[in-house]
Design a protein around this ligand. Structure first.
Ligand code: FES
Length: 105
């Protein structure tokens, strides 16, 4: 497992981008739980954020692809609307302990 950030570095309803071993990832916290995905839209393979560390829609309840507006569920990465509807973001296994967030890549 590789260290990603401290728990405090990922606040509730916040998102953050990372680059580890040449892989671009992002993390989102919702209802206390952290979720990590590859930062790559399944449709064109581009990064999702519209600004650094901004991966969510205006309501902070869905992940949004800035390029075409596709929306993805935070809990499982499923695209629910947009050109890649029905496809999924690639999940990165993660766990959180007292020191912070760890990812399996
Ligand atoms: S690249 Fe994300 S919806 Fe098109």
């Amino acid at each position: 497992m590789k260290f990603l950030c401290t728990g405090a570095d990922l606040g509730e309803a916040a998102s953050r981008g990372f680059e580890i071993d040449g892989k671009r990832l992002f993390a989102v916290r919702r209802a206390g739980r952290a979720y990590v995905y590859l930062n790559r839209c399944p449709h064109r393979g581009v990064g999702l954020e519209w600004q650094p560390d901004q991966f969510l829609d205006p309501s902070n309840s869905l992940i949004q692809c800035a390029t075409h507006g596709a929306l993805f569920l935070i809990e499982n990465g499923e695209c629910v609307t947009g050109p890649c509807a029905g496809q999924f973001l690639a999940v990165i296994d993660c766990r959180e302990d007292a020191r912070g967030l760890w990812v399996d890549i």
